[in-house]
Design a protein around this ligand. Structure first.
Ligand SMILES: CC(C)(COP(=O)(O)OP(=O)(O)OC[C@H]1O[C@@H](n2cnc3c(N)ncnc32)[C@H](O)[C@@H]1O)[C@@H](O)C(=O)NCCC(=O)NCCS
Ligand SMILES: Nc1ncnc2c1ncn2[C@@H]1O[C@H](COP(=O)(O)OP(=O)(O)OP(=O)(O)O)[C@@H](O)[C@H]1O
Length: 211
């Protein structure tokens, strides 16, 4: 999947603001491939991935309508590394395949830059396959507060998720760009505008985003 600097991997800790950043990047005309969206698609009823999850975690992991009970599965895997690894081993190959398909589609449509929004870009090793790595960062306390507010979760639930990932400091160590999301939304907009200018190759910048 490595195609020079034109595939940018966007990551960060949970609730640091990756989706918020990728929405703004998308509004600037850059295609976004969102691993969280793909991770939902590959477990839809009838998929091979969902069948493998049921084989691993039991029929009880399904809701009455056959959908994955995401809340229950989250309760099982965040806080149990062995179970989380087992789930990752089932879901991640399917997500990686979908991301590759997404990149090829972008290229076929004539785009020469795209952003992969992948929460576990570093943990899963995908950072080696993208041209550049961008990390959205904010202090841990801000991250925790945003996570609890967004998901209406308790501090214990939020900490279990947060501790399932590498720290932001470690992720920043892999970054070609850091998007600082410690401040207000208005400040983030400025950060994202700079980021977009940096990731658009000069030859494309002169002609507009599409070839
Ligand atoms: C456990 C599941 C069902 C919980 O679903 P839920 O709707 O509550 O959360 P959602 O999928 O929206 O994820 C929210 C955030 O949790 C974090 N997260 C999700 N899965 C993992 C994981 N395996 N390890 C660490 N963090 C994770 C990410 O930061 C993600 O952005 C779901 O997260 C899942 O299927 N995870 C395994 C797939 C995965 O790794 N997805 C992340 C991108 S590939
Ligand atoms: N600068 C900001 N100021 C205030 N709230 C913010 C800011 N940036 C993001 N948020 C809020 O913080 C929460 C987390 O942001 P977001 O969902 O974009 O994070 P994420 O990194 O994509 O999370 P996940 O890893 O779960 O996908 C959201 O409710 C979002 O609206």
């Amino acid at each position: 999947m490595c195609v020079g600097g034109a595939v940018v991997g966007l990551t960060g800790g949970i609730a640091t603001g990756k989706s918020t950043v990728s929405k703004l990047v998308g509004e600037a005309g850059i295609p976004i491939i969102d691993a969280d969206v793909l991770a939902r698609k590959v477990v839809e009823p009838g998929t091979r991935t969902l069948k493998r999850i049921v084989a691993e975690f039991g029929e009880d992991i399904l809701l009455g309508d056959g959908q994955l009970d995401r809340k229950k599965l989250g309760g099982i895997i965040f806080g149990d590394e062995g179970k989380r690894r087992a789930l990752n081993g089932i879901v991640h190959p399917a997500v990686r395949w979908e991301m590759l398909v997404g990149v090829v589609k972008c290229w076929i449509r004539g785009h020469r830059v795209c952003v992969l929004d992948v929460p576990l870009l570093i943990e899963g090793g995908l950072w080696k396959w993208v041209g550049k790595v961008a990390v959205v960062s904010c202090p841990r306390e801000v991250q925790l507060q945003r996570l609890m507010a967004r998901d209406s979760s308790t501090e214990a639930e939020a900490l279990a998720r947060l501790n399932s990932q590498l720290s932001i400091e470690e992720k920043v160590g892999y970054a070609d760009y850091v998007v600082d999301n410690s401040g207000e939304m208005a400040e983030l907009q400025g950060q994202v505008s700079r980021f977009v200018r940096e990731i658009i190759p000069p030859s494309i910048n002169e002609q507009g985003l599409d070839r």
